[in-house]
Design a binder for this molecule. Structure first.
Ligand code: NAD
Length: 244
């Protein structure tokens, strides 16, 4: 479904991002994964190699535009273009406001919002020439909020705002911008939550299970492909109709 396409996937070292790397490769894209540090990127590339999956990996500081520009320039030098950007890197929060420091709130906005802006701003000049697809990772909390960890839903509401606005701004350049809003997905981000929190959550999910990373990767694949050529500005829920 992605033959001949060049895709950058941030947060590609584990969880949803890693599953998306594998699925995009399986669908014949050239994939470049970004991670937060050298050790995790090297480890992921080595594990992928064992599965006979060859991808490149980088670890630019997503809050440093110069660092991103340098990395993206190198990628374009090699691959000539960027067709798809998946902004998937993210962190969560679950403390009540009394226990949340100013720095913790800023950090979540830095990683979940500003980094996405930085990546998009850097990639658009290249995508302008060929058209392209930008996919952002939102969350079901961008619709319902959550009862603690306010920085996380605040950041994901912002992701939806970026998505809907840039879809309108970049549509005339043939750049589609969409987001996927996962529910509860079985990754490190969720496995750290205690059973007494997870079990009651599962009971509220009509499909009766938490999601798997492949459920989200499949949505990214669809939105990245030509099957979604008339879809832009969408926030696609992948949550089993969870309403937490
Ligand atoms: P994860 O913790 O397994 O992976 C997060 C990825 O982001 C890792 O590759 C990590 O290296 C990268 N990352 C984190 N901080 C970074 C930073 N400062 N700079 C660069 N990279 C950084 O998480 P996941 O569950 O796979 O989540 C992926 C995305 O999905 C996130 O945006 C998250 O908010 C969103 N999401 C997850 C769930 C869920 O239930 N797991 C639900 C809704 C949305």
């Amino acid at each position: 479904m992605l033959k001949g396409k060049v895709a950058i996937i941030t947060g590609g070292t584990r969880g949803i991002g890693l599953e998306t790397v594998k699925l995009f490769k399986k669908n014949n894209a050239e994939v470049i994964l970004f991670g937060s540090k050298k050790e995790t990127v090297d480890k992921t590339l080595a594990e992928l190699k064992k599965e006979k999956i060859e991808v490149e990996g980088y670890y630019p500081n997503l809050n440093n535009p110069t660092d991103i520009e340098k990395t993206v320039k190198n990628i374009v030098k090699k691959y000539k273009k960027i067709d798809i950007l998946v902004n998937n890197a993210g962190i969560s929060a679950n403390k009540k406001i009394d226990n949340t420091s100013y720095e913790e709130f800023e950090k979540i906005i830095d990683v979940n919002v500003k980094a996405i802006f930085n990546m998009i701003k850097c990639v658009v000049p290249y995508m302008k020439k060929t058209g392209g697809v930008i996919l952002n990772t939102s969350s079901m909390v961008s619709i319902y909020g959550q009862p603690s960890g306010v920085g996380y839903p605040a950041s994901k509401f912002a992701v939806n705002g970026l998505t809907k606005s840039l879809a309108r701004e970049l549509g005339p350049l043939n750049i589609r911008v969409n987001a996927v809003a996962p529910g509860i997905i079985n990754t490190d981000m969720v496995s750290t939550l205690p059973k007494q929190i997870i079990d009651p959550l599962i009971e509220t999910i009509p499909l009766g299970r938490i999601g798997q990373p492949i459920d989200v990767a499949n949505a990214f694949l669809f939105l990245a492909s030509s099957l979604a050529s008339y879809i832009t500005g969408a926030i696609l829920s992948v949550d089993g109709a969870a309403r937490s």
